[in-house]
Design a protein around this ligand. Structure first.
Ligand SMILES: [Fe+2]
Ligand SMILES: [Fe+2]
Length: 274
């Protein structure tokens, strides 16, 4: 069982920031803005599915997982609130959050699905957040020139995603996992998640006026597709999820706790389990 602490981040998200908050770089700002736009509705979905999962467990399993699920829900609810504030700034700058509408429409279309598949979709998306989070903590240079409060926001979120990377997966196992369905849902989520985030990134770049600039795509290559880039550098980790004996704890997350320790002045602990 993982002991998950809920932290309240002490950063100012009321003071406006420019859309190209990441050192003036159009592509990386647009890409992270797209991720942020996907979070509030996505994280609400994670919360709802693990909460329903917990209710569906037999009493002894429920007791064993209750504390961890409470911590997971607390962390995701905090992320959701913070990213809502972040997204409100983007909305003030005229950015249209299409990804949220797409996520909501998809959620409605899959409303009647088997609960196990909803938890599998949560575990699959959490695998993406975990590998991206670990990558971001390993590549602080990506946000070297970002507004410090926003760099803190992304690194804090990354540290907590690394920290709770097992939770949704363990819930899926507890509900009676099927390897075939786990992989099937993972492939579907991989397509949908990357497609929607890239589509929102393009919309953001269009609004920013930098969609057709050469340096935008040079930055895209560096961030995502270079040898150690966020996508190309994580292909092995992506593939690992499909192994029958995969568990998220097999992947490194060794930078999360040091980051949380070294940046303890950036948050207050609001919930901690004994
Ligand atoms: Fe999160
Ligand atoms: Fe998460």
């Amino acid at each position: 069982m993982t002991d998950l602490v809920v932290r309240r981040l002490l950063i100012d998200l009321e003071t406006p920031f420019p859309a190209r908050w990441n050192g003036g770089d159009a592509f990386s700002s647009a890409f992270f803005n797209a991720l942020s736009m996907s979070f509030p509705s996505g994280e609400q979905y994670f919360i709802d599915s693990v909460r329903a999962g917990l209710k569906a467990l037999p009493q002894d399993r429920r007791d064993a997982m209750a504390q961890e699920i409470k911590g997971f829900i607390g962390q995701e609810a905090t992320h959701r609130r913070i990213h809502e504030l972040f997204n409100a700034q983007l909305a003030r700058l005229g950015y249209d959050n299409e990804i949220e509408r797409r996520t909501e429409a998809r959620r409605k279309a899959h409303e009647a699905d088997d609960l196990r598949n909803k938890v599998a979709a949560t575990a699959a998306t959490e695998h993406f957040t975990a590998i991206f989070a670990n990558w971001l903590l390993h590549h602080p240079e990506v946000m070297q020139h970002a507004e410090p409060r926003l760099r803190t926001l992304w690194q804090w979120h990354s540290a907590e995603e690394s920290e709770h990377r097992d939770t949704a997966f363990d819930m899926y196992q507890a509900l009676g996992a099927s390897h075939t369905w786990r992989v099937r849902v993972f492939r579907y989520i991989s397509f949908v998640f990357l497609h929607d985030v890239l589509r929102q990134t393009l919309r953001n770049l269009w609004h920013d006026g930098s969609l057709f600039q050469w340096r935008t795509w040079r930055s895209a290559w560096r961030l995502l597709l270079a040898q150690d880039g966020m996508i190309r550098g994580n292909i092995r980790q992506w593939r690992d999820y499909q192994a029958p004996d995969f568990h998220p704890s097999q992947h490194a997350a060794e930078l999360a706790q040091p980051w949380l320790r070294d940046n303890a002045d950036q948050f207050t602990v609001v919930g901690q389990h004994a």
